[in-house]
Design a protein around this ligand. Sequence first.
Ligand code: GLN
Length: 544
Amino acid sequence: MKSKFIFITGGVLSSLGKGIVAASLGLLLEGKGLKIALMKLDPYLNVDPGTMNPFQHGEIYVTDDGAETDLDLGHYYRFTNSPLSKISNSTSGQIYDEVLKKERAGEYLGKTVQVIPHITDVIKNRIIACSNQKSDIDVTIIEIGGTVGDIESQPFLEAIRQFRHEHLGDSINIHLTYVPYIEHADEVKTKPTQHSVQQLQRSGIFPDMILCRCKESLSKEIKEKISLFCSVPIERVIDVIDVKNTVYEVPILLQKAGFDISISELLDIKKQKSNLQKLEKFVADLISTKKTINIGFIGKYLQHKDAYKSIFESLTHAGIVNGVLINIIGIDSEKITDEDNFSKAVSQCHGILVPGGFGERGLEGKVTAAKFCREHNVPYFGICLGMQVMVIEFARNVLNLHKANTTEIDPLTKYKVISLLSEQKNVKNIGGSMRLGAYKCNIDVSSLSYKAYGKHQISERHRHRYEFNNEYKKLYEEHGLKVVGTNNDNNEELCEIIENINHQWMVGVQFHPEFKSKPTDPHPLFISFIKAIVSNEKKNCRRD
Ligand code: GLN
C-alpha cells in the first residue's frame, strides 16, 4: 500500500489533547493491522525542548537515539508501536537551522533563501523522512503543535497545503476544536469552531474531518450547524467527550463515535473495525479497581501537571497490574526542612518516589526524604537525581563523609560521591549535550532489579551529566548500598542501578524507566515497586 498521511491541526485554544488524539488515531489504525509512524511538528524556535524549564514545557521525553522531544511523543509511545526517534519531532528551530547551514555552505547557488519554498521544502522532506524510516509504514500521522492562527504555525500550514496538493487522495486533515458549553446561556456554542476552521481555510487547508472537544456529546442540530458552516459532511463531525476515568478511554470513545470508520473511508484503507482488546481490558481493569495506595512524590514542579507525565503514567500502569489505583501525594522538596516535617508528610504515604531534576533548589529536602525512607524502611524509588540523592544521603549519614555531595551542586565538596561524567568534561553548550538516549545495563542476578526484569541485560534511556563516583564503590558496598547494574560499553564502568540490600525496597536508577512503560506493557521496575508496597499492605507490616 502506498503510504498515506494524516495531518492533525488544532484550533480555538491549546491543551485540547491533540497529542492524545494523534496517539489514539495511531492505535486505531494499528488495530486494523496497519503500520504507522507518528510525528510532531513544533512551531517554536528552540532547537528542542531540552533547554526549556519544565514550567514552560512540561516533561522532556527522550527517545532511544537520544533526542530530547516533546511530551506528546510519550503519548505516542504509550498508545502505539510507532518508531520514535530524532525524526519524530521537528521544531522551527531545527528547520531554520538546517536551512541556514545550507545557505552558509552555498547550497542554494545564489538564490534568495525564503520561507517558501526553502523552509516549507525542509518541512515536507522531514515528513517524508518520517514515513520512510521503515519500509512498511502504511500511514504517517503528523501533529502540528500550537493553534491555527499563531504566527509561528504559518510555514507549517503552508507546507501542509503544498503537501496535500502534491499527494492528492493520499493525505487528509483532521482539525480538533473546542465546542464550549456556556452556562449562563445554557447552550453549546459552535462559533469558535467556525472561526478556527475559517482560519485554517484561509491557509488553503480544508479539513476533511472535525473533532469537537466537548463536555457532553453534541446534539444532531449542533453537528449539522458545524457541518454546514465548515463544509464537512455531518458524519465527519465527531465529538471527543471529556473522559471520566483515564485518557486511555479516548481511542475507545473515538471508535464508538465512528472515527475509525470515517478515517478508513477517507483514506480508502482497511475498513474492518479496529481491534482495541488489550487497551479495553486495561481500561476495564482500571474502572473496576477500587483499592488505592498513596505514593509520596517529591518534586519541585508539582504545580505543572505535565512536568512528570511519564512517571505518573508508569505508576498508574504498574498499579493496575497490582490491583491498585495510585494516588499521588505531591510533596514540594523545597518545603521539606527537617525530618519532623517530612515524617508528617510521609505518614499517609505507602512509598516514596524521587524523580529526576537539576540544580540546587530542593535538593536538601530530597536528601532528608531519602534518609527517612532508609531509616524507616519505607519503599523508595529514586530516578536519576533520585538515585544520586540516595547516594549522597548514604555518604553523609552512613559512611560519615561529612557534607558529601554531587559536584553539580558543590564542586568543591571534599567527598565527590556524584561527579561529572568524564565524557562531559569538555562540553561547553548546554543544548543536546547530556548523556542521552539508550544504553545497555548489565544486572547482577542477586538483585531485586534482576528479579523485576527477569534478564541480565536491559536497555534504558538516559538524560544526565553526573554519575556515581566509582572511587567510593567499595566503601558503599561494604555498608550495604550495592551497585547492581552497570554499563560497561567503554573502558570505564558506569553505575546504572543501586540497591540498599538492608532495606525492603530502596532502588535507585540512573536512567529513566518511565519512558518505556505502556498501559498494556507496564515497566518491570515500577511493577516491582508497587508490588513491594502492595505485599506490605497485605502483611500490614509497614514499619514507621
Ligand atoms: N542533574 C543530574 C545530572 O545531570 C540528574 C539529571 C536528571 O535527573 N535527569 O546528572
